[in-house]
Ligand binder design. Sequence first.
Ligand SMILES: *[C@@H]1O[C@H](CO)[C@@H](O)[C@H](O)[C@H]1NC(C)=O
Length: 241
Amino acid sequence: MILYLCLLLLQVWHAVANTEKTIFLGPPSSEIPSQHPTLEDLQLEALSPRQWSLRTHLKAEFPSSDSKYGPASWLLLHGLREGQRYEVRVCWAATQPTSFRLDTYELQTVFETPKLITSLANYAESRQSKDDSLEALEAAAVSELTSSKPGYAGVDSVLLLQIFSAADYYTANKTLMEHVPPVYVDIILDPFLLNVFPRSLVPTAAYLVIIAIGSWYLSKAIARCFTDMNGQKLTDVKKEI
Ligand SMILES: *[C@@H]1O[C@H](CO)[C@@H](O)[C@H](O)[C@H]1NC(C)=O
């Protein structure tokens, strides 16, 4: 029965279609740099165990010789716990075929690797120029008032997440071949329970366990029913003789 259950679970895992993920351990807490440019200056979207899901658009392009995996987007993962196993998933619609590649880095690694810091700087810059619209300014003013903006200061366990999005389709529509629309995605940060099992799969697992136990009892009951019937028939036959 355990084997059966595992097989079912695996299937559920794969049935969550169009998902790309990366699994990592929470890094040790470290001092967040407080001189400019700070993490806030980068204005990255952020995920934490409290705010674990984000629905957003990611820029995508066809792979080219200088960006094999498409353009990179960056997110901040914060409030992690050292040694805890996490998974970050990107889920997207089947109607927008895209291939993703996810990597996590510690701040220090990014700051010390020219290729990564350039990628991060480019991404932050492209976001900020895009956000210069009036709407974004208003939104910023509102969020400043309500001060819902998270501050990243002091000591925290943080990682930077880099997501490459490469368009993965062919169509006769020229517009779509020349301008890849941004991909609409859900990005989910999921801690593993006991470092073994993704938290968000627990309801599914519980459901499967109930089904498995239920069907085991049911099959036993049916089997008993058949053996009883057979026994009955035998005695009937004996009586006739
Ligand atoms: C190509 O795709 C775009 C975006 O989906 C759409 O607006 C346009 O009508 C399409 N063109 C043709 C010729 O189908």
